[in-house]
Design a protein around this ligand. Structure first.
Ligand SMILES: *Cc1c(COP(=O)(O)O)cnc(C)c1O
Length: 226
């Protein structure tokens, strides 16, 4: 799929988000579209910017820096969210570049983020990733450990706003979205980052405030070119 369809795809997704919100019994107060541009070059990003979209998600700090530093000069109101795992040695760059980090998943990272936020003088919005499916290969805290980790991050005085999950590929996502919403409710956290290209409508029914959609906007990612 070429860049010529991107603005059209974007508008279609925005319309589907509105429709899903209308159909939801209890939609979140807002649902924002994080357009996931990882693995896509500037030629794919520009049509989305031209269509007026400003909120983008990236998985890797270095890739994001290379692509977005020049674009941020041109479009100062761009908002960037980190949705992939963060290494502590990239925390400073992440704090400097991103407006939100969806993948806080361990005490060591929280402590380093605290230090770097103070050094850099920025406080990105933070979300804790919850491994709702308790998959060994997946990042995130186990649901049973979520409340204690939330308390720990709060005690550090970090800008904690919500929770994020990536449901297992081979299971219906709804129970995972329901669990994430319940954990966020219990902790009185406003953001629920859940739902991707294939399941964002369902996530919205369960109260998603941020849906992270890549393929349905930008097309398939070409992993062979990196
Ligand atoms: C890549 C990615 C997405 C986007 O997935 P699509 O299926 O392309 O919409 C969403 N969330 C995370 C954490 C991702 O890594």
């Amino acid at each position: 799929m070429g860049p010529e369809h991107i603005a059209e795809n974007l508008n279609l997704i925005l319309a589907r988000i509105e429709a899903a919100r209308k159909g939801a019994l209890k939609p979140a107060p807002f649902t924002r579209l994080v357009a996931v541009s990882k693995m896509h070059d500037t030629a794919h990003i520009r049509p989305a910017l031209a269509a007026g979209h400003r909120l983008f998600g990236e998985s890797r700090v270095q890739e994001a820096q290379a692509k977005w530093a020049p674009l941020k000069q041109e479009f100062p109101d761009i908002e960037l969210h980190l949705i992939g795992p963060l290494q502590t040695n990239k925390a400073r760059e992440a704090v400097a570049l991103f407006d939100a980090i969806h993948s806080v998943d361990r005490p060591k990272l929280a402590q380093v983020l605290k230090t770097e936020c103070e050094k850099v003088g920025r406080a990105p919005e933070l979300l804790i990733q919850v491994n709702t499916g308790e998959e060994p290969q997946k990042a995130g805290v186990a649901p049973k450990d979520a409340a204690a980790f939330i308390a720990e991050v709060r005690a550090l005085g970090l800008n904690l706003r919500g929770l994020m999950c990536i449901p297992p590929l081979d299971e219906p996502p709804a129970p995972h979205f329901a669990l994430l919403a319940k954990l966020a409710d219990e902790a009185d956290l406003p953001y629920r980052s859940m739902g991707m290209s294939d399941d964002f409508d369902t996530a919205i029914r369960y109260g998603a405030t941020h849906v992270r959609v890549g393929t349905a906007i930008f097309g398939e990612r070409d992993y062979t070119s990196v």
